[in-house]
Design a protein around this ligand. Structure first.
Ligand code: NAD
Length: 289
């Protein structure tokens, strides 16, 4: 297929490379010359504009920082420029309102569109093992699914337009709460006089088990390997977790849902990021306890 890929950063770069590996012709555009050069090394055709990238495209993927950018790129540079009927797949994590709005605008302009945010970080993007949570019509999903497959461990239809973003914001709010709780439990065990590794051995096989404890243990030298073993470098940046929590809080407000633990988690990450910890892995909350 002819695929246009817009936004070749930490995530998009690896994703586009996997589309090339699967035999697709990928025309790539990013504002960053460096990102574009890396994409070219992986077999993408570098383009000098979105317009050039979407020429002849059957599918247009975007992996961009936020909703405002997604809306601007789509409405100003894709709709009416890409061939009519091309499927538009936005994999960025953005607010629910914008996700629904751009899909509606795309549909009106003659393009089926899905929101398809991902779970799994930069490593999963490179390895082609992301989980895609997809919102859109049956027809749009049927068009998007085979395009997503080479980048995926799982492609799951969440529901109608926006449902992918709902799944993403709920998942990451839960992850933030689990992670903070895991940090607190490990630290409490240690301070109260229990070897944290012993606590891990017990709780990871008890009702405290969760991904943050079992698979991404946020204490150096304890349990599973994680960025904690590398002074919280790499991994999932606290600033990105804060971004996701802000989206979840906006979503909760729009839906009239009470999320006291989510709000608390957002306040904790906000303080951590304001204190200069934004680039550290989100498990670094442990260092504040
Ligand atoms: P990034 O900042 O590394 O990449 C974004 C890219 O978009 C950059 O290369 C930037 O130059 C480009 N860009 C910005 N505006 C543009 C425009 N107008 N036209 C073309 N290119 C433009 O970010 P990332 O980590 O790759 O994240 C991308 C998206 O994926 C975000 O929505 C993020 O929330 C989501 N996400 C990230 C992770 C992660 O672990 N990094 C995990 C899951 C989801």
């Amino acid at each position: 297929m002819n695929i246009a890929f817009i936004g070749l950063g930490n995530m998009g770069g690896g994703m586009a490379a996997n589309l090339v590996k699967a035999g697709h012709a990928v025309r790539a555009f990013d504002l960053s010359a460096e990102a574009l050069a890396r994409a070219a090394e992986h077999g993408c055709t570098p383009c000098t504009s979105v317009e050039e990238a979407v020429t002849g495209a059957e599918a247009v993927l975007s992996m961009l920082p936020n909703g405002a950018i997604v809306k601007a790129v789509l409405t100003q540079e894709v709709l009416g420029v890409a061939p009519k009927g091309a499927v538009l797949i936005d994999c960025s994590t953005i607010d629910l309102e914008t996700a629904r709005e751009v899909t509606l605008l795309a549909r009106e302009a003659g393009y089926p569109m899905v929101d398809a945010p991902v779970s799994g970080g930069i490593a999963a993007a490179s390895a082609g093992t992301l989980t895609f949570m997809v919102g859109g019509s049956d027809e749009a999903f049927a068009r998007a699914e085979p395009v997503l497959e080479p980048m995926a461990k799982a492609v799951i239809r969440a529901g109608e337009s926006g449902a992918g973003q709902i799944a993403k914001m709920c998942n990451n709010m839960l992850l933030a709460v689990h992670m903070i709780g895991t940090c607190e439990a490990l630290k409490l065990a240690e301070k109260a006089g229990l070897d944290p590794q012993t606590f891990y051995d017990i709780s990871s096989k008890s009702t405290g088990y969760c991904w943050s404890l079992n698979d991404y243990t946020p204490m150096a030298g304890v349990g599973a390997a994680s960025p904690a073993d590398n002074d919280y470098a790499g991994g999932f940046a606290a600033a990105l977790m804060l971004k996701d929590l802000k989206l979840a809080m906006a979503g909760a407000q729009g839906a009239g849902a009470r999320v006291p633990m989510g709000e608390h988690a957002k306040a904790i990450y906000e303080a951590f990021v304001e204190g200069g910890g934004g680039a550290k892995d989100f498990g670094a909350i442990l260092t504040t306890l």
